[in-house]
Write a protein that binds this ligand. Sequence first.
Ligand code: ADP
Length: 492
Amino acid sequence: MATRKNNTLKLSFETGWKYDPAPESKSSAKIDPRYELFINGKFEKPLSKKYFNTINPATEEKLSEVADANVADVNKAVKAARNAYDKVWKKMPPKERAKYIYRIARMIQERAREFSVIETLDGGKPIRESRDVDIPLVANHFFYYAGWADKLEYAFPNRTASPLGVAGQIIPWNFPLLMAAWKIAPALATGNTVVLKPAETTPLTALKLAEIIQEADLPPGVVNIITGAGATGAAIVNHPDINKIAFTGSTDVGKLIQRAVAGTNKKVTLELGGKAANIIFDDAPIDQAVEGIINGIFFNQGHVCCAGSRLFVQESVYKEVIRKLKDRLETLIVGDPMDKNTDVGAINSKQQLSNIHKYLKIGQQEGAEMYQSSCPLPSKGFFCRPTLFTGVSQSHRISQEEIFGPVLAIQSFRTDDEVIEKANNTPFGLSAGVWTDKGSKIFNLTTKMRAGVIWANTYNKFDPTSPFGGYKESGYGREGGLHGLSAYVNLT
Ligand code: ADP
């Protein structure tokens, strides 16, 4: 049966059989030519008087221009957030706060199509991902934390939870709106106010969220959304009137932030890089595992901090797994992110694409063997072929450093102890995956692996009730679930 299926697959790509294009319509996406800063409930021109372009990475065309907030703009946003905190939000009965958060959740659901399209246009991820994963999770996150707002005494029994004050939140480009939801929803539910900065390459859905926040009549200043690059982020981090910094992004910037807040009273959570190990034992359902590996590293261009970027295959099934992976790689559709058939969309920026190319060179120079799918790439935009490396060793940079692209470094192993040691041997510890038929093996591995999230016989599954975060250089603090609430409260 398996062989027949493989032959069919092979035949389909060898004969050039293709899906017809199935593009999603752009008509639901209303993108203004210019966006201002969302401060104190209004869209305000930046004091900096500066703007920068945001482009579609799949076509390199300009989508809009957004304000570039400077220190004075950050000051203005923090002042608005402080004022809203002192005068309105911390005093509001929790069940009233919850109503606003529920309203935001429902409005996101109503405009889910528009959000999905803009997320894909601005970020390059396939529409299937933004439509089926990102945006539903965003709404669920707001619903989940709205539910907690008036039940904090049950979340923290026998303790009193009080808000921290103003939260400065800085997020990356891989899940733009989802990261905004992860940050804003628990902060509001616990009575904090917010200054949020999206990444400079993907600001549009956060600005659209600002429109919803305005329509939902959230009191002015409770959520402020300001755009800009690293300097704007640094101004938020260094602002003396911010009580809490929540950051998701690179380990390098995480370390800078850690240094900047040392000696202050700011509370910090950092969700940083990863180099997740996906481990396949010989008793695993192999076809299911191969699909899970493909999903874990290729479906989102590898733009996921918890991407399964290292694969460990037990020696007795090594050849079979590699053959099946290569076959599946050939059937992946790389191209227009707006096409519903597309599996692998655009790399988020030119800079990120050149970083991935740098690692492809390093991998080959280190002596690993590279295999890429033979798919054609669009002539415009930033695209990368899904890539496998075999013959990888533990010391290779491609098995130690985060590449953040569709690149999988593969090694074999013989015993449980060997693979645990290899899997743990990176500076990171965000996530991992284990594929086996044996529950005992799952328990053995999950207790010995140093990773914040470990999936068993599945991968990249998210839920608002489940905490997420890392060990070691992957950061500290947890987002999601009850743990996500505790990052925004003082307990007495
Ligand atoms: P990535 O590699 O995922 O782009 P970055 O850490 O560079 O990660 O970016 C994540 C977020 O951090 C972005 O919003 C970016 O603008 C912001 N950022 C970059 N440099 C700094 C800095 N020095 N201080 C605070 N925020 C920063």
